[in-house]
Design a protein. Structure first.
Length: 276
């Protein structure tokens, strides 16, 4: 009788569990997301407290990757170092003219330039430099180098004649190497409001400084406003220019009241300035 009762209870529990299973959704367990592994070097502190009671603190330092300084990489770093040395705008490119032997280092190496001959931006130069990595000098080098200096310069959109006042309407810009055939070209960041063409320029030609001359703002015999200041004094008067003057240039002016003559700096087409 006891055996029969136990079997009935077990069958009832099994049937109930089966019925409940019909109403319960199976639980889907998402797979554990993989975490990218990061390599660390454990560096123990060199200082040990005499009263330390807990475990030593440890500092995790990422491993620095080792690389080979090949020709392309050293030329890139040399270009950056030369641009910094000469405070050059635009982009400096350096090209080794001899075979380069790859040098092992970390990715954080630096290039220090000792000197250049000639010590200026030229198409070719001789550079003495060293390579440093993590505070240690890896080597010293002396290499002949070809250089290029790429800068945005002005180009003429159409044929331009002498006397033309220049602006964005008749000029475009291009990236060129100003150390070679484009030497003397006018950088696109230059202010041209006070200049005019001193010679004819063909279409699609680089604009060069020797094509330009400053515009004469004040002409000989012209009556101008004279602004004189200094030592807390400010005076205005009329004067006559005794010679032509360009923006920022000097002219000799005669005071119309006293006939005294004095130098003055040209401000614009009608005004000059004098410091007392």
């Amino acid at each position: 009788m006891r055996t029969l009762l136990s079997f009935c209870l077990f069958a009832s529990a099994f049937s109930a569990a089966a019925d409940i299973g019909r109403f319960i959704e199976p639980i889907q367990v998402a797979p554990r997301a993989s975490v990218p592994s990061v390599r660390y070097v454990v560096k123990s502190s060199a200082f040990v407290s005499p009263h330390a009671t807990g475990p030593k603190t440890q500092e995790a330092v990422p491993v620095t990757d080792s690389i080979l300084i090949d020709r392309q990489l050293i030329e890139k770093r040399l270009g950056e170092a030369l641009a910094h040395r000469f405070q050059a705008t635009g982009r400096i490119s350096a090209f080794l003219t001899r075979e380069w032997v790859n040098c092992p280092s970390s990715s954080g190496f630096i290039v220090k330039i000792k000197d250049c001959s000639p010590d200026e931006l030229t198409p070719s130069t001789f550079v003495r430099f060293s390579i440093w990595d993590q505070g240690k000098e890896l080597g010293r080098f002396a290499e002949p180098i070809r250089m290029a200096h790429f800068v945005e310069v002005f180009y003429s959109k159409a044929p331009l004649v002498r006397g033309t006042r220049l602006g964005l309407s008749n000029l475009s810009t291009r990236l060129v190497d100003i150390l070679k055939q484009h030497a003397g070209s006018v950088p696109s960041q230059s202010r041209l409001s006070g200049y005019q063409l001193d010679s004819n320029v063909k279409a699609n030609s680089p604009l060069k400084w020797n094509n330009l001359s400053k515009v004469v703002l004040v002409k000989k015999g012209q009556i101008v406003d004279v602004f004189a200041s200094g030592n807390g004094i400010y005076v205005t008067m009329k004067g006559m220019a005794l010679n032509d003057g360009v923006e920022g240039g000097n002219v000799i002016v005669r005071n119309l009241s006293s006939d005294k003559e004095f130098p003055a700096k040209v401000l614009n087409e009608n005004s000059v300035k004098v410091h007392l």
